[in-house]
Design a protein around this ligand. Structure first.
Ligand SMILES: Cc1cc2nc3c(=O)[nH]c(=O)nc-3n(C[C@H](O)[C@H](O)[C@H](O)COP(=O)(O)OP(=O)(O)OC[C@H]3O[C@@H](n4cnc5c(N)ncnc54)[C@H](O)[C@@H]3O)c2cc1C
Length: 387
């Protein structure tokens, strides 16, 4: 077992960090507050070949894996510029299409997701529905075959970045399993400007460039060749994307925590109120040290989950645990960094409270803390399920 990162990984991290720092957290905040997205940053990362680092080389990607993609996500967040849509476009959509798409679909979609055709390209992902919530078996957005098309009807909510994405991967119900009564699901790539598709923005208290939308599918027609892989196999297929989603969420959380702890340490060395640096008081240094330990635990767990995924192992348990550990550690680290800054911790200028909403989000999404605990209780401990 070798815990040293390769020289190539070191160079990848350094190159991504440089791009992130060139833009900086002020850019992130300005874009968030002016509704401006983060197009320039995304395109710069894509042009350097890092958005599609996990996409196979034959489709215009970097030919590496989820481990490297998680490094990209972590370094951007550590530079104060977390890119939420990396969780969605390359991690979920890229992984699902690379694994389950036909050869033709891979040739069509993967170079786009890799940013090889247009560095601004993004694919959104739509599974969550108002009435189904965490229970994907209850999804009620339907896709009905009509000749060489499918017709989509239903509602999705909290779908990120639909205004910035050219397409989205939509999870629909195409039938019902007679034995279990559960929905049979199918995945479609849908144009974000398709006729019949309406969207309304959901006002959020998160300082992030990417906006959240409710989507209304009113008889949206999609060509049959937009069905990814096989009909009714959507649930199995979507699971391919969920472990990368969790790993990327975890990587971004630990990146934010690194950013916060770096700022907190610098401030605690510099700031004096009783004639000594505030960092000398163990009331401040110990909570920061604990946060550092817990963030390193979460980073190791995240790297292990990514490695398991890339080497074909069962990454479910590791990805869920990493997501939990990272969400808790990053929120604690950010909170302690804010505390270290006294009143300044809540000022926009110090660039910490601006990340609170996003860091808090990781407890709820991409999968909630409770659903992770359900997974661990049932799959790791063999406990019976309550639902
Ligand atoms: C900023 C943001 C961005 C998002 N982006 C996307 C996106 O791009 N695409 C997308 O499809 N979705 C997206 N989501 C949706 C997100 O994945 C869901 O909000 C999340 O999975 C929780 O689902 P819910 O909101 O329906 O909560 P609910 O399912 O209604 O759950 C409410 C609460 O009950 C708990 N709960 C539910 N069932 C159980 C149970 N069996 N045991 C214990 N507790 C339970 C949950 O953990 C939660 O705390 C986004 C959400 C946000 C806020």
């Amino acid at each position: 077992m070798d815990f040293n990162e390769t020289a190539e990984h070191g160079m990848l991290r350094e190159a991504v960090r440089k791009i992130g720092l060139d833009f900086g957290h002020e850019y992130y905040v300005e874009k968030s507050k002016t509704d401006g997205r983060m197009g320039e940053l995304w395109s710069a990362v894509a042009q350097a070949g890092f958005i599609g680092v996990n996409i196979p080389e034959e489709y215009g990607g970097g030919g590496m894996g989820l481990l490297e993609l998680s490094m990209v996500g972590e370094e951007l967040a550590a530079a104060g510029c977390p890119a939420l849509l990396m969780v969605v476009s390359p991690a979920i959509c890229g992984s699902v299409i690379a694994k389950h798409g036909t050869d033709e679909q891979k040739r069509t979609w993967l170079p786009k997701i890799a940013g090889a055709e247009d560095p601004a390209y993004k694919m959104a992902f739509a599974i969550t529905e108002p009435d189904a919530g965490s229970n994907s078996h209850k999804l009620s957005t339907t896709a009905t075959r009509d000749g060489d098309e499918y017709i989509l009807r239903g509602t999705k909510y909290y779908i990120s970045g639909v205004d910035e994405a050219q397409h989205m991967l939509v999870v629909t119900r195409t039938g019902v399993d007679e034995n279990s009564g559960r929905g049979k699901l199918s995945l479609f790539v849908v144009d974000t400007d398709a006729p019949g598709l309406e969207r309304t923005v959901i006002p959020m208290e998160i300082c992030a460039p990417d906006k959240q939308y409710t989507l209304f599918f009113d008889e949206v027609r999609v060509p049959a060749d937009r069905l990814i892989g096989a009909e009714h196999e959507g649930l199995r297929q979507v699971f391919t994307g969920l472990n990368p989603e969790r790993v990327m969420g975890a990587a971004q959380g630990t990146g934010i925590a690194r950013y916060a702890l770096e700022k907190a340490s610098a401030y605690a060395i510099d700031r004096q109120v009783w004639g000594v640096p505030i960092g000398m008081h163990q009331g401040l240094s110990h909570p920061l040290a604990i946060a550092k330990i817990e963030v390193e635990q979460a980073r190791l767990m995240t790297q292990k989950a990514a490695w398991l995924y890339d080497t074909g192992g069962d990454a479910g348990e590791a990805a869920n645990m990493a997501k939990y550990a990272s969400a808790e550690a990053s929120l604690k680290a950010l909170d302690q960094a804010i505390q270290t800054h006294g009143g300044n911790g809540l000022a926009t200028e110090y660039g910490l409270a601006t990340l609170y909403g996003l860091t808090r989000l990781f407890r709820t999404a991409p999968v909630s803390r409770e659903m992770v605990l359900n997974f661990v209780a049932q799959h790791s401990l063999g406990l019976p399920r309550s639902y």
